[in-house]
Design a protein around this ligand. Structure first.
Ligand code: FES
Length: 778
């Protein structure tokens, strides 16, 4: 009976300015003084409520709460990353200490919620997490999928012909609760009782119950505690039964000092809440968000392959965990603000998820967002939510079932209410309506047989396409066509940065080709590419030239950027050969807009064959053109003879040009030359030539074996570690992991020479270990 109860006995006024931890002399701004996470405005939209903070005061002290509040993405990720400096021990502490009467009630039930996984410090936490992780891995979760599907179908069956429903009441609470009970191995108890109890637990821990409510809440929490104990005792009699709690009981038999009695009892109660309430809320938030954007709902109805990333984007945009708490264990700086040891922190992860510094157009719901899975709703690092992939699976199945059976679902007029608390957030009711006579299954019962494979684990944006329409085409030269693309639905297109490309799907040829964007990145209405017809090519450009006409609908993927242009650089030398001018022209435009010192060197066969020459004239004498038929050759050896630390070189063109530049630039700082790579030189992984190795994950405390026929990325994902990826060919750098020991065998084209030699990072999608073992900072 430790943290919560001992907290509850402290008679500290919640509005006292944090008592002993109040920062002496720290100036509290008027907005910081007003901050109150129990206000309706916070409940309705936490990221919007603290938008001012993200922009002006990303770390501030809240006198009303007695906590430091942190709102920016990088600061919060850093806090999650360092669980020694920022202890999770207060994560389940009552944010509003209860009065003596409620405390007495809790004591009468022997209430003893103690350390679970969420609030355990090291060194106890990692060994326990390691021991209990197995049932959460992607492989172990697979066999729950049919049960989740069947349950979801049964619940939708009950209201599909009604024309209206409160989805929270009629589905989104009970299905996750039943799944949670199955997963935990709990026999199906009275759901209403458990539901009431788990709400009480939320209010007790993260809410601000009024004094008169505290006693009733305490009774419910006490009863919940006792019920959890009884269920656990029942389980101990049959520890061989399936379920995570039984798994824990079995682990206790061999590791009693790691999996203690107190842990099991606390986890039994906390687990019910953690496993179902967060998912129920996240699902309600997601459906509400999608239905408020009818065109997006329509898109996922028409193309269910968009659902996994839509789930991720909803978790980012409107997740169910608004904020977490940490305790500073030493004097430390966060975002330049001095925080004293012993200070309590409210880290508003939902605000981090709307931080423009990390998510472009952060308030926009973009279900194709490339980095949606960087969201911090599941936390990050060693305390990241273990059940994240179970939650993702449930949310995908809910959306799949609803979009299949009720694509004509509409959000009803209503006022949304939330249980006031700092952390867990979802509407208490979600009313929707539809016309049952339009239910697709009435006209075509066969649709009920349709099923899309659930994507277990982090979604991939790799296969997501977006429909666009050709707005205009123009022949720039005899064999280069400029194509302007607009969003098919009249919406805006995603923002892009110079160096970005799109994948264009070539009709039903089954192929796609990458083309650099060459238009104006600030114009959200149009994407522009220029395509050279290569008769000796593999058919993509011939298809483009033959088929693309204005008005034609097309599918694209991206934009993605593997050829970043550093707009802060002092001087840029931009080199293009032939059609390589496309990304270079976008960089030149950005350099000009920034007032940068830059030069463009553009080589080609003849002026007639060189695209965009007319528009490049705006660069005046910064533009140097080298048409071969005029006998003009670029002398790159002289141009680049003297290395300059302030200059960056960007090159795109035929391989003989880029090979030559690479040679010339050998004496330059090794990250000065940037080359656009469209193709990887990596072959397919050949298990006959590879060896297996072990990756030790320092932060997570696990060791992962990477088989000879597996990439490091695949092995990490199979162990439930989320790693971003994009190209999966060693081209883009998004799957980078930090190496603490051991030598990487680099196979990417992203890292510079000195980065390879330093050996402290590697691309997990392709690079391996030279020896049998490598230690990663994960
Ligand atoms: Fe692109 Fe690994 S995913 S380098």
């Amino acid at each position: 009976n430790t943290s919560s109860t001992s907290q509850s006995t402290q008679a500290q006024c919640p509005f006292s300015g944090a008592g002993s931890n109040a920062p002496a002399g720290y100036p509290v701004s008027p907005r910081a003084a007003q901050f109150d996470p129990f206000e309706d405005a916070y409940q309705q939209d936490p990221p919007e409520y603290v938008k001012w903070s993200r922009e002006e005061e990303p770390v501030f002290f809240s006198p009303k709460l007695g906590y430091w509040v942190v709102t920016r993405y990088e600061d919060i990720k850093q806090i999650f990353r360092d669980n020694i400096t920022f202890s999770p021990s207060i994560a389940l502490e009552k944010i509003t200490p209860t009065g003596p009467e409620a405390n007495a009630v809790l004591e009468s039930y022997n209430y003893g919620m103690s350390r679970t996984l969420v609030n355990e410090d090291e060194p106890a936490h990692m060994p326990r997490r390691r021991l209990l992780m197995e049932p959460f891995t992607v492989d172990a979760l697979k066999h729950h999928e049919p049960m989740v599907r069947q349950l979801t179908r049964q619940y939708v069956d009950q209201f599909v012909n009604d024309g209206k429903a409160d989805l929270v009441e009629q589905m989104l609470w009970e299905v996750p609760l039943t799944v949670a009970l199955h997963f935990l191995g709990v026999p199906e108890e009275d759901m209403d009782t458990l539901r009431k109890y788990s709400i009480a637990h939320t209010v007790n821990t993260w809410g601000r119950p009024k004094p008169e409510e505290q006693v009733a809440v305490a009774h419910a929490v006490g009863n919940f505690w006792q019920l959890a104990g009884q269920i656990l005792e029942k389980m101990r009699k049959n520890p061989e039964q399936p379920g995570w709690m039984q798994y824990g009981i079995r682990m206790q038999q061999t590791n009693p000092e790691v999996v203690t009695d107190s842990y099991l009892h606390s986890m039994m109660m906390a687990g019910i809440v953690a496993a179902h309430e967060t998912t129920a809320n996240a699902s309600a938030n997601a459906i509400k968000l999608l239905l408020s954007h009818p065109h997006v709902w329509q898109e996922i109805c028409e193309d269910p392959s968009l659902i996994p990333n839509a789930v991720e984007e909803c978790l980012r945009h409107n997740g169910s965990v608004a904020a977490w708490r940490r305790l500073a264990t030493r004097d430390v700086q966060i975002g330049g603000v001095d925080i004293a040891a012993g200070s309590k922190l409210l880290i508003v992860s939902s605000s981090a998820n709307h931080d423009e510094r990390h998510f472009a157009d952060a308030d926009l719901l973009d279900i194709r967002r490339e980095n949606a899975s960087d969201q911090l709703t599941f936390g990050y690092g060693s305390h990241q939510c273990m059940g994240k992939n179970l939650a993702r699976m449930e949310m995908q199945i809910f959306l799949e079932e609803l979009t299949l059976r009720l694509p004509h679902l509409r959000l009803s007029e209503q006022t949304f209410t939330y249980v006031p608390n700092t952390s867990f957030r979802g509407p208490e009711h979600l009313w929707v309506h539809w016309d049952p006579s339009e239910n697709p299954e009435r006209h075509n019962p066969a649709i009920l047989g349709k099923q899309h494979p659930v994507r277990l684990g982090e979604p991939s944006t790799h296969s997501l396409s977006r429909q666009v329409v050709v707005q205009e085409t123009e022949m720039l030269t005899d064999d280069i066509m400029r194509i302007r693309l607009a969003a098919a639905d009249g919406q805006t297109l995603p923002r892009w940065t110079p160096g970005s490309h799109i994948d264009l799907v070539c009709g039903d040829l089954g192929i796609s080709r990458q083309y650099s964007l060459c238009g104006d990145p600030t114009n959200p209405q149009v994407l522009e590419i220029a395509v050279l017809r290569e008769d000796a090519g593999r058919g993509g450009s011939a298809w483009v030239h033959q088929h693309i006409r204005s008005g034609l609908p097309l599918h694209i993927r991206g934009p993605r950027n593997h050829f970043h242009f550093d707009e802060q650089t002092k001087k840029a030398i931009l080199i293009a050969g032939g059609i390589g001018i496309t990304p270079i022209s976008a960089m030149a435009r950005a350099a000009r807009a920034r007032g940068m010192d830059y030069q463009i060197h553009y080589c080609g066969r003849s002026r007639k064959s060189m695209a965009l020459l007319a528009s490049l004239q705006e660069h005046g004498d910064r533009l140097h053109v080298y048409p071969a038929d005029e006998g003009r050759r670029a002398d790159f050896a002289s141009l680049l003879a003297a290395p300059d630390a302030d200059t960056q070189i960007y090159a795109c063109g035929p391989q003989r040009l880029t090979d030559c530049l690479q040679k010339i630039c050998e004496s330059w700082p090794d990250d000065a030359l940037h080359i656009e790579h469209f193709h990887s030189t990596l072959g397919k992984l050949d298990p006959g030539k590879e060896h297996a190795f072990e990756a030790e994950l320092k932060q997570t405390g696990m060791t992962v074996t990477v088989a000879a026929d597996q990439t490091l990325l695949e092995a990490l994902r199979a162990a439930n570690i989320d790693i971003q990826s994009d190209c999966e060919e060693g081209l883009c750098g998004s799957c980078e992991v930090s190496v603490l020991a051991g030598q990487p065998d680099h196979r990417d084209v992203v890292l510079t020479r000195s980065e390879r030699i330093a050996g402290n990072k590697m691309m997990s999608c392709c690079s391996r270990a030279i020896d049998q073992r490598i230690v990663l900072d994960l």
